[in-house]
Design a protein around this ligand. Structure first.
Ligand SMILES: *Cc1c(COP(=O)(O)O)cnc(C)c1O
Length: 396
Protein backbone atom coordinates (compact mmCIF):
# COMPACT_ATOMS: atom_id res chain seq x y z
CA UNK A 1 0.00 0.00 0.00
CA UNK A 2 1.68 3.19 -1.17
CA UNK A 3 0.00 5.48 1.39
CA UNK A 4 1.41 3.60 4.36
CA UNK A 5 4.93 4.18 3.05
CA UNK A 6 4.59 7.64 4.60
CA UNK A 7 5.62 7.65 8.25
CA UNK A 8 4.57 10.60 10.39
CA UNK A 9 7.38 12.38 12.21
CA UNK A 10 5.20 13.16 15.24
CA UNK A 11 2.45 11.42 17.21
CA UNK A 12 -1.01 12.31 15.86
CA UNK A 13 -3.49 13.12 18.64
CA UNK A 14 -7.20 13.71 17.99
CA UNK A 15 -6.73 17.44 18.53
CA UNK A 16 -3.97 19.90 19.33
CA UNK A 17 -3.26 23.59 19.53
CA UNK A 18 -1.59 25.67 16.81
CA UNK A 19 0.85 28.19 18.27
CA UNK A 20 2.56 30.57 15.82
CA UNK A 21 5.36 33.13 16.12
CA UNK A 22 2.67 35.82 16.22
CA UNK A 23 1.15 34.12 19.30
CA UNK A 24 4.55 33.99 21.01
CA UNK A 25 5.11 37.68 20.22
CA UNK A 26 1.67 38.58 21.58
CA UNK A 27 2.26 36.76 24.88
CA UNK A 28 5.77 38.22 25.19
CA UNK A 29 4.34 41.70 24.75
CA UNK A 30 1.67 40.92 27.37
CA UNK A 31 4.39 39.84 29.82
CA UNK A 32 6.04 43.22 29.42
CA UNK A 33 2.81 45.20 29.73
CA UNK A 34 1.65 46.99 32.88
CA UNK A 35 -1.05 44.46 33.75
CA UNK A 36 -0.57 40.72 33.92
CA UNK A 37 -4.21 40.40 34.90
CA UNK A 38 -7.27 42.71 35.13
CA UNK A 39 -5.79 44.84 32.37
CA UNK A 40 -6.93 45.97 28.91
CA UNK A 41 -6.33 42.66 27.08
CA UNK A 42 -9.35 41.15 28.85
CA UNK A 43 -11.87 43.66 27.53
CA UNK A 44 -10.20 43.64 24.10
CA UNK A 45 -10.53 39.84 23.88
CA UNK A 46 -14.14 39.99 25.08
CA UNK A 47 -15.03 42.65 22.50
CA UNK A 48 -13.41 40.78 19.61
CA UNK A 49 -14.89 37.45 20.65
CA UNK A 50 -18.39 38.93 20.94
CA UNK A 51 -17.97 40.34 17.43
CA UNK A 52 -16.70 36.97 16.15
CA UNK A 53 -19.83 35.10 17.26
CA UNK A 54 -22.21 38.02 16.70
CA UNK A 55 -23.25 38.52 20.33
CA UNK A 56 -23.66 41.81 22.17
CA UNK A 57 -21.67 40.92 25.31
CA UNK A 58 -18.88 38.54 26.26
CA UNK A 59 -17.33 37.70 29.63
CA UNK A 60 -13.89 36.01 29.71
CA UNK A 61 -13.47 33.42 32.47
CA UNK A 62 -10.83 30.98 33.68
CA UNK A 63 -12.17 27.92 31.81
CA UNK A 64 -15.26 26.49 30.17
CA UNK A 65 -16.40 24.79 33.37
CA UNK A 66 -16.23 28.08 35.27
CA UNK A 67 -18.27 29.59 32.43
CA UNK A 68 -20.96 26.94 32.95
CA UNK A 69 -20.92 27.44 36.72
CA UNK A 70 -21.29 31.22 36.41
CA UNK A 71 -24.15 30.77 33.95
CA UNK A 72 -25.99 28.48 36.37
CA UNK A 73 -25.43 31.03 39.16
CA UNK A 74 -26.54 33.97 37.01
CA UNK A 75 -29.73 32.08 36.12
CA UNK A 76 -30.31 31.39 39.83
CA UNK A 77 -30.29 27.60 39.67
CA UNK A 78 -31.60 26.57 43.10
CA UNK A 79 -31.27 23.35 45.08
CA UNK A 80 -33.78 20.85 43.75
CA UNK A 81 -34.39 22.66 40.45
CA UNK A 82 -34.33 20.37 37.44
CA UNK A 83 -32.32 21.07 34.29
CA UNK A 84 -32.28 19.03 31.08
CA UNK A 85 -29.11 18.19 29.14
CA UNK A 86 -27.65 15.52 26.87
CA UNK A 87 -25.81 12.44 28.12
CA UNK A 88 -23.44 12.73 25.13
CA UNK A 89 -21.20 15.52 26.40
CA UNK A 90 -18.33 16.31 28.69
CA UNK A 91 -19.41 15.96 32.33
CA UNK A 92 -19.07 19.71 32.97
CA UNK A 93 -22.26 20.42 30.95
CA UNK A 94 -24.20 18.57 33.65
CA UNK A 95 -21.96 19.30 36.65
CA UNK A 96 -22.73 23.03 36.60
CA UNK A 97 -26.29 22.18 37.68
CA UNK A 98 -24.97 20.07 40.55
CA UNK A 99 -22.65 22.87 41.72
CA UNK A 100 -25.82 24.83 42.49
CA UNK A 101 -27.60 21.86 44.07
CA UNK A 102 -29.86 21.31 41.06
CA UNK A 103 -30.96 17.98 39.62
CA UNK A 104 -29.81 16.86 36.17
CA UNK A 105 -32.35 15.28 33.83
CA UNK A 106 -30.91 13.76 30.67
CA UNK A 107 -32.69 13.41 27.33
CA UNK A 108 -31.37 10.93 24.76
CA UNK A 109 -29.69 11.86 21.48
CA UNK A 110 -30.75 11.78 17.86
CA UNK A 111 -28.36 9.11 16.54
CA UNK A 112 -28.21 10.80 13.12
CA UNK A 113 -26.55 13.90 14.61
CA UNK A 114 -25.37 13.03 18.12
CA UNK A 115 -27.32 16.08 19.37
CA UNK A 116 -29.96 16.12 22.07
CA UNK A 117 -33.28 15.02 20.55
CA UNK A 118 -35.68 17.93 20.99
CA UNK A 119 -38.65 15.63 20.39
CA UNK A 120 -37.56 13.67 23.48
CA UNK A 121 -37.15 16.92 25.39
CA UNK A 122 -40.72 17.84 24.45
CA UNK A 123 -41.99 14.45 25.62
CA UNK A 124 -40.27 15.01 28.97
CA UNK A 125 -41.70 18.51 29.32
CA UNK A 126 -45.21 17.42 28.41
CA UNK A 127 -45.09 14.62 30.98
CA UNK A 128 -44.76 17.09 33.85
CA UNK A 129 -46.55 20.21 35.02
CA UNK A 130 -45.12 23.51 33.81
CA UNK A 131 -42.36 24.68 36.13
CA UNK A 132 -41.11 21.16 36.78
CA UNK A 133 -37.96 21.93 34.73
CA UNK A 134 -36.05 25.22 34.98
CA UNK A 135 -33.69 25.09 32.04
CA UNK A 136 -32.13 23.36 29.08
CA UNK A 137 -28.41 22.95 28.29
CA UNK A 138 -28.02 21.78 24.69
CA UNK A 139 -24.51 20.98 23.42
CA UNK A 140 -23.24 21.62 19.88
CA UNK A 141 -21.67 18.17 19.87
CA UNK A 142 -18.52 17.74 17.72
CA UNK A 143 -19.17 21.20 16.23
CA UNK A 144 -22.64 20.54 14.80
CA UNK A 145 -24.98 23.30 15.92
CA UNK A 146 -28.21 22.55 17.74
CA UNK A 147 -31.34 24.05 16.15
CA UNK A 148 -31.72 26.72 18.81
CA UNK A 149 -34.70 28.29 17.13
CA UNK A 150 -36.65 25.09 17.77
CA UNK A 151 -35.14 24.81 21.26
CA UNK A 152 -36.21 28.40 22.02
CA UNK A 153 -39.80 27.72 20.96
CA UNK A 154 -39.88 24.76 23.31
CA UNK A 155 -38.23 26.76 26.09
CA UNK A 156 -40.73 29.61 25.72
CA UNK A 157 -43.65 27.21 25.73
CA UNK A 158 -42.48 25.63 28.99
CA UNK A 159 -40.79 28.58 30.67
CA UNK A 160 -37.19 27.39 30.47
CA UNK A 161 -33.93 29.26 30.14
CA UNK A 162 -31.25 27.99 27.73
CA UNK A 163 -27.47 27.74 28.18
CA UNK A 164 -25.88 26.74 24.87
CA UNK A 165 -22.71 24.72 25.46
CA UNK A 166 -20.80 25.86 22.37
CA UNK A 167 -17.39 24.56 23.42
CA UNK A 168 -17.19 22.54 20.19
CA UNK A 169 -18.59 25.13 17.85
CA UNK A 170 -16.98 28.59 17.69
CA UNK A 171 -17.66 29.69 14.09
CA UNK A 172 -20.39 27.09 13.67
CA UNK A 173 -23.98 27.92 12.76
CA UNK A 174 -27.39 26.43 12.02
CA UNK A 175 -29.82 27.60 9.35
CA UNK A 176 -33.02 29.03 10.81
CA UNK A 177 -36.55 28.81 9.40
CA UNK A 178 -35.93 31.96 7.33
CA UNK A 179 -32.84 30.44 5.73
CA UNK A 180 -30.54 32.67 7.80
CA UNK A 181 -27.28 31.45 9.29
CA UNK A 182 -27.39 31.68 13.08
CA UNK A 183 -23.93 31.67 14.61
CA UNK A 184 -23.34 29.55 17.69
CA UNK A 185 -23.25 31.79 20.73
CA UNK A 186 -24.85 34.80 18.99
CA UNK A 187 -27.36 35.19 21.80
CA UNK A 188 -30.41 35.29 19.51
CA UNK A 189 -32.05 32.20 20.97
CA UNK A 190 -30.07 31.05 24.01
CA UNK A 191 -29.96 33.20 27.15
CA UNK A 192 -26.28 32.41 27.56
CA UNK A 193 -23.65 30.51 25.58
CA UNK A 194 -20.30 29.21 26.74
CA UNK A 195 -16.97 28.42 25.09
CA UNK A 196 -13.71 26.79 26.22
CA UNK A 197 -10.16 27.71 25.22
CA UNK A 198 -8.55 24.47 26.32
CA UNK A 199 -5.77 23.55 23.84
CA UNK A 200 -7.83 20.87 22.08
CA UNK A 201 -10.58 23.40 21.26
CA UNK A 202 -10.56 25.80 18.28
CA UNK A 203 -8.98 28.73 20.13
CA UNK A 204 -6.37 28.06 22.82
CA UNK A 205 -5.44 30.27 25.76
CA UNK A 206 -3.91 27.52 27.96
CA UNK A 207 -6.96 27.34 30.18
CA UNK A 208 -9.77 29.76 29.44
CA UNK A 209 -13.42 30.24 28.65
CA UNK A 210 -16.00 32.75 27.49
CA UNK A 211 -19.68 33.44 28.09
CA UNK A 212 -21.67 35.32 25.45
CA UNK A 213 -25.12 36.87 25.77
CA UNK A 214 -27.37 39.62 24.46
CA UNK A 215 -28.91 40.16 27.90
CA UNK A 216 -27.48 43.25 29.58
CA UNK A 217 -28.64 42.26 33.08
CA UNK A 218 -27.17 38.77 32.88
CA UNK A 219 -23.98 40.35 31.54
CA UNK A 220 -23.68 42.69 34.54
CA UNK A 221 -24.39 39.87 36.95
CA UNK A 222 -21.76 37.64 35.32
CA UNK A 223 -19.14 40.38 35.63
CA UNK A 224 -19.86 40.61 39.34
CA UNK A 225 -19.98 36.85 39.96
CA UNK A 226 -16.69 36.41 38.10
CA UNK A 227 -14.93 38.53 40.66
CA UNK A 228 -16.21 37.55 44.15
CA UNK A 229 -19.60 39.22 43.75
CA UNK A 230 -17.86 42.57 44.07
CA UNK A 231 -18.85 45.77 42.32
CA UNK A 232 -17.14 49.17 42.24
CA UNK A 233 -19.54 50.74 39.77
CA UNK A 234 -21.07 53.84 41.49
CA UNK A 235 -24.36 53.19 39.67
CA UNK A 236 -24.67 49.71 41.24
CA UNK A 237 -23.80 50.46 44.86
CA UNK A 238 -26.32 49.52 47.54
CA UNK A 239 -24.87 51.92 50.11
CA UNK A 240 -23.31 55.33 49.89
CA UNK A 241 -19.67 55.33 48.68
CA UNK A 242 -17.21 55.93 51.51
CA UNK A 243 -14.37 57.07 49.24
CA UNK A 244 -12.31 56.19 46.21
CA UNK A 245 -11.45 52.73 47.54
CA UNK A 246 -15.06 51.83 48.15
CA UNK A 247 -16.47 48.61 46.77
CA UNK A 248 -19.22 46.23 47.77
CA UNK A 249 -19.39 42.46 47.84
CA UNK A 250 -23.08 42.13 47.12
CA UNK A 251 -23.42 38.40 46.65
CA UNK A 252 -21.26 35.29 46.93
CA UNK A 253 -19.06 35.13 43.84
CA UNK A 254 -15.80 33.52 42.80
CA UNK A 255 -12.46 34.36 41.27
CA UNK A 256 -13.06 33.00 37.78
CA UNK A 257 -11.07 35.72 35.97
CA UNK A 258 -8.91 35.09 32.92
CA UNK A 259 -5.49 36.78 33.01
CA UNK A 260 -4.24 39.29 30.42
CA UNK A 261 -1.54 36.82 29.41
CA UNK A 262 -4.19 34.31 28.38
CA UNK A 263 -6.33 36.97 26.73
CA UNK A 264 -3.35 38.20 24.69
CA UNK A 265 -2.90 34.66 23.38
CA UNK A 266 -6.64 34.42 22.77
CA UNK A 267 -6.67 37.66 20.76
CA UNK A 268 -3.81 36.45 18.60
CA UNK A 269 -5.51 33.06 18.09
CA UNK A 270 -8.86 34.66 17.36
CA UNK A 271 -7.28 36.67 14.52
CA UNK A 272 -6.61 33.30 12.80
CA UNK A 273 -9.83 31.55 13.84
CA UNK A 274 -11.38 31.67 10.36
CA UNK A 275 -8.29 30.08 8.85
CA UNK A 276 -8.30 27.30 11.42
CA UNK A 277 -12.00 26.68 10.88
CA UNK A 278 -11.56 26.56 7.09
CA UNK A 279 -8.76 24.01 7.48
CA UNK A 280 -10.88 21.89 9.84
CA UNK A 281 -13.71 21.89 7.31
CA UNK A 282 -11.35 21.03 4.44
CA UNK A 283 -9.88 18.13 6.41
CA UNK A 284 -13.38 16.93 7.32
CA UNK A 285 -14.38 17.01 3.64
CA UNK A 286 -11.29 14.91 2.81
CA UNK A 287 -12.25 12.38 5.51
CA UNK A 288 -15.87 12.37 4.25
CA UNK A 289 -14.64 11.55 0.74
CA UNK A 290 -12.20 8.90 1.96
CA UNK A 291 -14.82 7.10 4.04
CA UNK A 292 -17.83 7.62 1.75
CA UNK A 293 -17.41 4.16 0.25
CA UNK A 294 -15.48 2.46 3.05
CA UNK A 295 -17.63 -0.41 4.24
CA UNK A 296 -17.32 -0.68 8.00
CA UNK A 297 -16.74 3.02 8.67
CA UNK A 298 -19.76 5.19 9.44
CA UNK A 299 -19.62 8.96 9.66
CA UNK A 300 -21.96 11.28 11.48
CA UNK A 301 -23.95 13.95 9.61
CA UNK A 302 -21.51 14.32 6.68
CA UNK A 303 -21.48 17.63 4.86
CA UNK A 304 -23.88 19.46 7.18
CA UNK A 305 -23.62 23.24 6.62
CA UNK A 306 -22.30 25.19 9.58
CA UNK A 307 -20.44 22.28 11.13
CA UNK A 308 -17.45 23.67 13.05
CA UNK A 309 -15.67 20.29 13.27
CA UNK A 310 -14.19 20.33 16.71
CA UNK A 311 -14.22 16.54 16.37
CA UNK A 312 -14.28 14.16 13.45
CA UNK A 313 -16.10 11.09 14.72
CA UNK A 314 -16.30 7.74 12.99
CA UNK A 315 -18.29 4.71 14.12
CA UNK A 316 -16.84 1.23 13.64
CA UNK A 317 -17.84 -2.26 14.79
CA UNK A 318 -14.66 -2.97 16.76
CA UNK A 319 -13.94 0.41 18.31
CA UNK A 320 -11.57 -0.88 21.01
CA UNK A 321 -9.66 -2.90 18.44
CA UNK A 322 -9.25 0.13 16.19
CA UNK A 323 -8.31 2.41 19.10
CA UNK A 324 -5.57 -0.01 20.22
CA UNK A 325 -4.35 -0.61 16.66
CA UNK A 326 -4.07 3.11 15.92
CA UNK A 327 -1.96 3.61 19.04
CA UNK A 328 0.59 1.15 17.67
CA UNK A 329 0.76 3.45 14.64
CA UNK A 330 1.30 6.60 16.73
CA UNK A 331 -2.28 7.75 16.17
CA UNK A 332 -3.94 8.76 19.43
CA UNK A 333 -7.66 8.71 18.81
CA UNK A 334 -10.11 9.45 21.64
CA UNK A 335 -13.64 8.51 22.64
CA UNK A 336 -16.27 11.28 22.96
CA UNK A 337 -18.01 10.50 25.18
CA UNK A 338 -18.65 7.94 27.86
CA UNK A 339 -22.27 9.03 28.46
CA UNK A 340 -22.42 11.29 31.51
CA UNK A 341 -25.18 9.27 33.23
CA UNK A 342 -22.84 6.21 33.19
CA UNK A 343 -20.25 7.99 35.31
CA UNK A 344 -20.07 6.47 38.81
CA UNK A 345 -20.97 9.84 40.32
CA UNK A 346 -24.19 10.09 38.29
CA UNK A 347 -24.99 6.40 38.85
CA UNK A 348 -24.77 7.30 42.53
CA UNK A 349 -27.61 9.74 41.86
CA UNK A 350 -29.75 6.93 40.46
CA UNK A 351 -28.99 6.79 36.73
CA UNK A 352 -28.41 3.36 35.21
CA UNK A 353 -27.15 1.59 32.07
CA UNK A 354 -30.06 1.39 29.65
CA UNK A 355 -31.57 4.75 30.64
CA UNK A 356 -30.42 6.40 27.38
CA UNK A 357 -29.92 3.55 24.92
CA UNK A 358 -29.09 5.70 21.89
CA UNK A 359 -26.27 7.59 23.60
CA UNK A 360 -25.02 4.29 25.02
CA UNK A 361 -25.09 2.59 21.59
CA UNK A 362 -23.26 5.55 20.13
CA UNK A 363 -20.59 5.32 22.81
CA UNK A 364 -19.95 1.65 21.97
CA UNK A 365 -18.75 2.44 18.44
CA UNK A 366 -17.53 6.05 18.28
CA UNK A 367 -13.95 7.18 17.82
CA UNK A 368 -12.64 10.73 17.32
CA UNK A 369 -9.75 10.62 14.86
CA UNK A 370 -7.09 13.32 14.34
CA UNK A 371 -8.52 16.68 13.28
CA UNK A 372 -6.64 19.91 13.89
CA UNK A 373 -5.54 22.76 11.62
CA UNK A 374 -1.86 21.78 11.35
CA UNK A 375 -2.65 18.17 10.37
CA UNK A 376 -1.10 17.81 6.91
CA UNK A 377 -2.73 16.06 3.96
CA UNK A 378 0.00 13.40 4.14
CA UNK A 379 -0.61 12.79 7.83
CA UNK A 380 -4.35 12.59 7.21
CA UNK A 381 -3.87 10.13 4.34
CA UNK A 382 -1.77 8.01 6.69
CA UNK A 383 -4.58 8.05 9.30
CA UNK A 384 -7.10 6.99 6.63
CA UNK A 385 -4.81 4.22 5.37
CA UNK A 386 -4.30 2.87 8.88
CA UNK A 387 -8.05 2.86 9.56
CA UNK A 388 -8.77 1.14 6.26
CA UNK A 389 -6.05 -1.43 6.93
CA UNK A 390 -7.64 -2.30 10.28
CA UNK A 391 -11.22 -2.30 9.08
CA UNK A 392 -10.43 -4.49 6.08
CA UNK A 393 -8.40 -6.94 8.22
CA UNK A 394 -11.21 -6.93 10.80
CA UNK A 395 -13.72 -8.10 8.18
CA UNK A 396 -11.63 -11.09 7.06
C1 LIG B 1 -14.17 21.34 26.98
C2 LIG B 1 -15.60 21.30 27.30
C3 LIG B 1 -16.13 21.85 28.48
C4 LIG B 1 -15.26 22.37 29.60
O1 LIG B 1 -14.32 23.29 29.24
P1 LIG B 1 -13.00 23.45 30.15
O2 LIG B 1 -12.38 24.71 29.60
O3 LIG B 1 -12.16 22.24 29.89
O4 LIG B 1 -13.41 23.59 31.55
C5 LIG B 1 -17.50 21.84 28.65
N1 LIG B 1 -18.32 21.32 27.73
C6 LIG B 1 -17.85 20.75 26.60
C7 LIG B 1 -18.83 20.19 25.62
C8 LIG B 1 -16.48 20.71 26.35
O5 LIG B 1 -16.02 20.13 25.24
Amino acid sequence: MSETAFQPTRPLPYGRQNITDADVAAVTAALQADFLTQGPAVAAFEKQFAAYVGARYAVAVSNGTAALHLCALALDVQPGQRVITTPLTFAASANCVRYCGGEVQFADIDPATGLIDLAKVRTLLEAHPKGHFAGLIPVDFAGLAVDLEAARQLADEFGLWIIEDSCHSPGGFFIDSNGQEQQCGNGRFADLAIFSFHPVKHIATGEGGMITTNDEQLFQRLLRLRTHGITRDPADLIRESEGGWYMEMQELGYNYRLADLNCALGLSQLARADQGLARRRALAARYDAAFAHAAGVQILAPGRPGHAYHLYVIEVADRKGLYDFLRTRQIFAQVHYIPVHRMPYYEGLGWRAGDFPLAEAYYEHCLSIPLFPTLTDEEQDYVVACIQEFVVADKQ
